[in-house]
Design a protein around this ligand. Sequence first.
Ligand code: SF4
Length: 217
Amino acid sequence: MDAPLLQQREKLATHLIKQLGHRRMAASFHRTAAEAKDAVLALIPSPARVSRCGSESAGGLGLWAAIAAKPGVTLMDPYAPGLTPADGLEVRRQGLLADVLVTSTNALTLDGRLVNLDGSGNRVAGMLFGPQKVLLLVGMNKVVADLEAAFARVRTIAAPANNIRLAGLGLKNPCIEDGRCHNCRSETRICNAWTIIEGSSVKDRIHVVLVGEDLGY
Ligand code: SF4
């Protein structure tokens, strides 16, 4: 990565870590995705049951395989080969009682708010309540000025990109065709539940692992 841009992100991360701390959330900054992956693995205790939620940030790093290989850790993976849709749904339900939830966020505001838009809702539900620890792997490309910019980022980047990523599952949404959100009413719409996390009632239950490199969308 360009050195001045990385320095800018590192300085900005110092501000974000303070803002998240004021909201009773822990955070750390890691210059590279590889270092961030190691940080996530180190934050997972053993033994532990770890819930996998849809996250391109984690998937692209090979994080799920690394978690599954960690001694004493059971990965609750709704995307495991051979699962029926009903099986996958049950894994998601059980994931709400996992020890640790690993996922990302769609946007992080400069004052430390986490903004997400979810399809079935299990990802945001687990972020709010259930798992004792929530680890969020967040590329600095997801940092935005404020809530308005967060909503715009999700609508213009994250949601259409996730639709395109998941198109092979049979989605029939218009954004897959032209890369733009139409605020559709499609039967296969994956944009169903907005959440804004303003803070954590349990101090440091949420840990935001900030990554200097771009990660996910
Ligand atoms: S609301 Fe519809 S068109 Fe917009 S991103 Fe979601 S699925 Fe695509």
